[in-house]
Design a protein around this ligand. Structure first.
Ligand code: ADP
Length: 164
């Protein structure tokens, strides 16, 4: 079982083996956490992402961390919320699970996640938190996972899901 803890802050400040980026399927710089990660990692990140030729929804791909204090960045494309009947829960679970697999394959012990899909992609926060927490906790690996909530509402929602 992976170990899970929660902090509020900016994921670009996380010092450890890996951070996860809530990217888009094109792996071309977007807004939100993706924009913040690209700004902090530097322009080499965009060049590396373009060489990956995109990332299907629910999958996860790896680049170096460049100027960030992590070895690797794991880019995953979250589902865009429509009404919940377009496999959004399964796709979000895949994002967490595939990101954790990439972390293990790359010999990471510490990895930080943002709240995937709950920003621009509109996934209802409480539903997304439950999926994130259960997928991380049920993942069989000796990993230390930190959820980095950017705002207080996200922090509270993850806290609730972790206590449930
Ligand atoms: P998505 O398109 O997957 O919804 P967003 O980047 O719009 O991705 O939002 C995902 C979450 O990341 C939101 O909770 C947003 O507030 C948060 N976020 C934005 N910037 C940062 C950051 N620097 N560190 C951590 N989380 C961030």
């Amino acid at each position: 079982m992976a170990d899970l803890n929660l902090i509020q802050g900016d994921i670009t400040q996380f010092k450890g083996d890996a951070i996860v980026n809530a990217a888009n399927t094109g792996l071309v710089g977007g807004g939100g956490v993706d924009g913040a990660i690209h700004r902090a990692a530097g322009p080499e990140l965009d060049i590396a992402c373009r060489k990956l030729h995109g990332c299907p929804t629910g999958e996860a791909k790896v680049t170096p961390g460049f100027n960030l204090p992590v070895k690797i960045i794991i880019h995953t494309a979250g589902p865009i919320w429509r009404d919940g009947s377009f496999e959004e829960p399964k796709l979000l679970r895949n994002c967490y699970e595939n990101s954790l697999k990439r972390a293990v394959e790359n010999h990471c012990q510490t990895v930080a996640f943002p709240s995937i899909s709950t920003g621009i992609y509109g996934y209802p926060l409480d539903k997304a938190c439950k999926i994130g927490v259960s997928t991380i906790r049920n993942f069989e690996a000796a990993l230390q996972v930190t959820m980095v909530a950017f705002d207080e509402g996200t922090y509270r929602a993850f806290e609730k899901a972790m206590l449930a």
